[in-house]
Design a protein around this ligand. Structure first.
Ligand code: ADP
Ligand code: ADP
Ligand code: MG
Length: 649
């Protein structure tokens, strides 16, 4: 029986585990690094203990500090989550030596599956089909090259200690083998402290299909069906689903039986995943699947299994770790409907998917999906940890419904302040081949640019961006401008780095000249960050966000960013009758007064904003009608500071 659980992890998985603790009435203890002192998992847990500075080697990987925290709080069990110490047998032994329950498999099961070569040997003995290849001890490069030739190209070199897609090299031709081996071994050594490699036949048009298994301390092992994780980028999962598209009863039974045999071979007790590679060309041939590795922990994508089985895998882990037998038999679990999970990352798809960092100025999710996240609005994505922002999980009666729901849930997801892969995920969710269930691990690479290329901004995008810039927090904005009708049509120019947009308002009509053409809109309306207007009797909606440097406009799942021309250039943007404050700031000097005759370009006043002085100039020749501000005054962005007298037609 577990009364109080320490969660030796952070982020979404720590929050996910704490949630189950709450539902079970089990106490929760969070641990944190200095970078996470205000993190969501710390706030969610009943208690929290500091481990040390931000680097993982000084915090989340410190067995001693974690055990001290357990002792300090009287926790009786430790859940490792995934990553970090979750597959470290020495950690399991240290936890158990301290008299605590480790929520996961035994140290020996982890050890047996820890190195891919040993695991494959063990699986062969257990009668589980393994990927053809060489996984012996000999590491001589010439010997391995010889083995590769026997296996037949293309081959995959894998660092036996590798994980998360690291330490793998695809080799297409014998001439490339030697270099690839050196670099795989180097990466294995650098990332996992082990240069030892194995060689595998590279399966063509492969599908990654894995089976969730569950064992208890009484020798029962069941499988909880499969997940298809074929949508990968550089061997890392992007979107996962359950069940696998096109799965047959026959193949499922064969894979399920192999997975259970794999787990039984190591007396597995807890949640685990047996990963198979499936020959896409032969699918669903019940013989065309081979064991790749077993992940001896809760998997990132476990929620899709939860969605289709209705089970809480963390609750089940806790119950099994407490010594309870599995509460059901194989025949009693069924699959209902279909589920997807997409991993929302702070990264820049247009820039080789480089991890992104920054503050989440906006973070908002729709109401119709399961969202597993460890961050909230205002939190910072740092370079210290995995840049995953959230997992978006949907469940529907059938695959098409669940996938539509996924695209919709991603559209409903609003993030600002940090680059994300959201739009990439949406394009993927709408991809025809993916929708048809025609998946293999090469799909993303094949589509390449199609999924990441910036689409050109449309007239509507330009219009929305300009209207967003002209929006005034104080409630003036276009509506306000329209009230200045007695001055004639207000004409303003919004200058972006790429091009400018001219905005003319007359009554309720707005005429925009964009680089992409002209547009007439009416009935501009704002609700929070939502902007809508009518074009040709159709109301179009955008979600827009602006800061001092840029505007981002988003519609139907596509986001476009526009950089504002800097250094006060928008300050002299008005070419109409009103000079607006381009930014919120302080008026430092006023040169203009009512009645002055000015020429276009004459300085009217100086505004200090964003630590810079912005000179506001006359938009045209004319006479000053009103000056609505004075030196030292604070003004809001968009405030009408100076008005020119109307020019008689
Ligand atoms: P999955 O995504 O299927 O759960 P991965 O192999 O991608 O499995 O790993 C999940 C998490 O564990 C990721 O955060 C990854 O970075 C981390 N991880 C996997 N293997 C290792 C390892 N050997 N050392 C450190 N972290 C790892
Ligand atoms: P990791 O520990 O990094 O997760 P895996 O052995 O699970 O390493 O492989 C990761 C991914 O690489 C798989 O999901 C699959 O896409 C691809 N892969 C692995 N082995 C093969 C193979 N023999 N043929 C084709 N693709 C493979
Ligand atoms: Mg794997």
């Amino acid at each position: 029986m577990i009364n109080k659980l320490l969660i030796a992890n952070r982020g979404e998985i720590a929050c996910r585990i704490i949630k189950s603790c709450r539902e079970l009435g089990i106490g929760s203890v969070a641990v944190y690094s200095d970078a996470d002192a205000d993190a969501r998992h710390v706030a969610m847990a009943d208690e929290a203990v500091r481990l040390g500075p931000a680097p993982v080697s000084e915090s989340y990987l410190r067995t001693d500090a974690i055990l001290d925290a357990a002792k300090l709080t009287g926790a009786d069990a430790v859940h490792p989550g995934y990553g970090f110490l979750s597959e470290n047998p020495e950690f399991v032994e240290a936890v158990e030596a301290a008299g605590l329950i480790f929520v996961g498999p035994s140290a020996s099961a982890i050890r047996a599956m820890g190195l891919k070569d040993q695991a494959k040997t063990l699986m062969e003995e257990a009668g589980v089909p393994v990927v053809p290849g060489y996984h012996g001890a000999e590491q001589d490069p010439e010997f391995l090259a010889q083995k590769a030739a026997e296996i037949g190209y293309p081959v995959l070199i894998k660092a036996r200690a590798g994980g998360g897609g690291k330490g793998m090299r695809l080799v297409e031709a014998p001439g490339d083998f030697a270099d690839a081996l050196v670099s795989a071994a180097r990466e294995g050594k650098a990332s996992f402290g082990d240069p030892h490699c194995l060689i595998e036949k590279y399966i063509q048009s492969p599908r990654h299909i894995e089976v969730q298994v569950f064992g208890d301390a009484h020798g029962n092992v069941v499988h909880l069906f499969e997940r298809d994780c074929s949508l990968q980028r550089r061997h890392q999962k992007v979107i996962e689903e359950a069940p696998a598209p096109g799965m047959t009863d026959e193949l499922r039974a064969a894979m399920g039986a192999a997975a259970v045999a794999a787990a039984k071979a190591v007396d597995y007790a807890s949640a685990g995943t047996v990963e198979f590679i499936v020959d896409g060309a032969a699918f669903p041939d019940p013989k065309a699947f081979w064991f790749m590795e077993m992940n001896t922990r809760l998997q990132v994508e476990h929620p899709v299994t939860e969605a289709v089985t209705g089970l809480d895998l963390v609750a089940l882990q806790l119950s099994v770790a407490g010594g309870e037998p599995l509460p059901f038999t194989q025949d009693e679990v069924t699959v209902r409907g279909h589920a997807f999970e997409a991993r929302l990352y702070a990264e820049d798809p247009a820039n080789a998917f480089l991890p992104a960092t920054g503050q989440l100025n906006r973070l908002w999710f729709g109401a119709d999906a399961r969202i597993d996240t460890g961050v909230g609005e205002g939190d910072v994505i740092t370079q210290h940890y995995d840049p995953m922002i959230a997992k978006v999980i949907t469940h529907g009666e059938d695959r098409a419904t669940a996938l539509r729901l996924l695209a919709r849930a991603l559209e409903d997801t609003k993030v600002a302040g940090v680059q994300t892969n959201r739009d990439f995920l949406i394009r993927l969710a709408r991809d025809e081949d993916f929708q048809a269930g025609d998946v293999d691990t090469g799909l993303i690479a094949r589509k390449g640019a199609e999924l990441v290329a910036d689409l050109p901004a449309t007239t509507l995008d330009w219009a929305a961006a300009a209207l967003c810039v002209l929006r005034v927090p104080a409630g003036l904005g276009l509506v306000g401008l329209a009230n200045f009708r007695h001055f004639g049509a207000a004409r303003q120019i919004v200058r972006f780095e790429e091009a400018q947009v001219t905005v003319e308002t007359l009554g309720g009509q707005v005429r925009l000249e964009t680089p992409d053409g002209e547009l007439n809109v009416s009935a501009v309306d704002w609700v929070g960050d939502a902007l809508s207007f009518i074009v040709d009797d159709r109301r179009v909606r955008f979600h827009v966000l602006a800061d001092e440097q840029s505007v981002s406009v988003e519609r139907q799942g596509s986001t476009r960013g526009f950089a504002l021309l800097q250094s006060g250039s928008n300050a002299d943007a008005g070419s109409g009758d009103v000079v607006l404050a381009p930014l919120t700031g302080r008026v430092v000097s006023v040169m203009a007064k009512a009645g002055d005759v000015v020429a276009k370009g004459d300085a009217l006043l100086v505004l200090e904003a964003m630590k810079m002085e912005h000179r506001l100039v006359a938009p045209r020749d004319g006479t000053i009608a009103e000056v609505n501000t004075g030196e030292g005054e604070q003004v809001d962005q968009g405030a009408a500071l100076v008005k020119l007298a109307e020019v008689e037609p």
